[in-house]
Design a protein around this ligand. Structure first.
Ligand code: PSU
Ligand code: MN
Length: 306
């Protein structure tokens, strides 16, 4: 059945019809993950990187109640300028936003959902949501983990940052049956740094290996996605002590101010950027570009198999 709410851009529709590689990209990273104008510059640079690596980018968002896979430059600029005034749209937001014809910036959750509706299997981003520190009392566990458990999309990220409880995040993913892959590493990367002290489930070393594992899951009819964690390039990784202190300070301030719910992650990201004087933003941009390169190559490898 054709989805009556889904719009593919002409470029994305043509690539999918021709079985060419396509990579999905999220839009909450644009509206809520980075400040303007770096958010728009990064979103466009990520699309360019995907093209240079042989795939078609499909940035995903909800515009005027339409589920969009493939945005124009104008739409990306619009979301970037509107920033946190755009609704951060998770799974629970889709029914009302679509029915009312409103805009929404898609998180990892809703980007996976819309990618799957469009027939896109590979998605590149920076970081995913997870089990927050203190979740044993707040119950703040990102819907991203549930989506990974049920929607067949490979999410390529730079690991999870320690605004989250990394150990509990891995436990949750294990319970939900989500494979956590380290790209060229046995250790879970921690977003700004290459190491976290936690192990991944499997180390895979090439786009072809990633594609084979994802393809095997599809051929077995398994539900759910796959989480690929790709360490930030050495030259852009941060001093663990510097970033660790910034994260601790940001988490403490969020607690003092009573920040909760969907505001927590955007608050922490902005605070960390302020505390580190923009160094974390520069690292963030580089790791997203690095993930875009791997995603484009993996989407190409997957097309060879399917
Ligand atoms: N982590 C980042 N950058 C981001 C996000 C998370 O390093 O931009 C965004 C993603 O869109 C992710 C969402 O899906 O935050 C998770 O929000 P929450 O923790 O409220 O589920
Ligand atoms: Mn949350």
């Amino acid at each position: 059945m054709k989805n009556p709410y889904l719009d593919l851009s002409p470029e994305v529709a043509a690539a999918l019809a021709a079985h060419k590689p396509v990579v999905a990209l999220e839009s909450t990273i644009i509206s809520h993950g980075m400040p303007y104008p770096q958010n728009v510059e990064t979103a466009l640079a990520v699309e360019q990187t995907i093209r240079e690596n042989g795939a078609t980018p499909a940035t995903i968002a909800i515009i005027g109640g339409r589920l969009k896979a493939g945005l124009t430059r104008e739409e990306i600029t619009y979301l970037g300028k509107k920033g946190t005034a755009v609704t951060k749209a998770s799974r629970r937001d889709l029914p009302v936003l679509v029915a009312r014809g409103e805009d929404g910036a898609t998180t990892v959750t809703t980007t996976m959902m819309i990618a799957a509706m469009a027939g896109i299997s590979v998605f590149a981003t920076g970081g995913i949501g997870g089990v927050h520190r203190g979740a044993e009392t707040t119950m703040d566990i990102s819907a991203d983990l549930e989506e990974l458990a049920k929607t067949p999309v490979m999410v390529i990220c730079a690991g999870a940052k320690s605004i989250l409880d990394l150990g509990l995040t891995l436990e949750y993913l294990e319970t939900k049956g989500v494979p956590v892959i380290g790209y060229g590493t046995e250790e879970l990367p921690a977003f700004y740094t290459r190491k976290s002290g936690f192990s991944v489930d499997y180390r895979l070393d090439s786009p072809e290996e990633l594609a084979r594992a994802f393809h095997a899951a599809r051929e077995m009819g398994l539900a759910g996605g796959m989480l690929v964690t790709n360490p930030i390039p050495e030259e852009y990784s941060m001093d663990p002590a510097v970033i660790g202190a910034a994260i601790d300070e940001a988490v403490a301030e969020a607690g003092t101010l009573g920040i909760h719910g969907k505001a927590t992650t955007p608050f922490l990201l902005a605070k960390i950027k302020d505390i580190t004087g923009g160094e974390s933003l520069a690292s963030n941009i580089q790791l997203v570009l690095n993930n875009a390169r791997l995603a484009a190559k993996t989407a190409a490898a997957l097309e060879v198999l399917s």
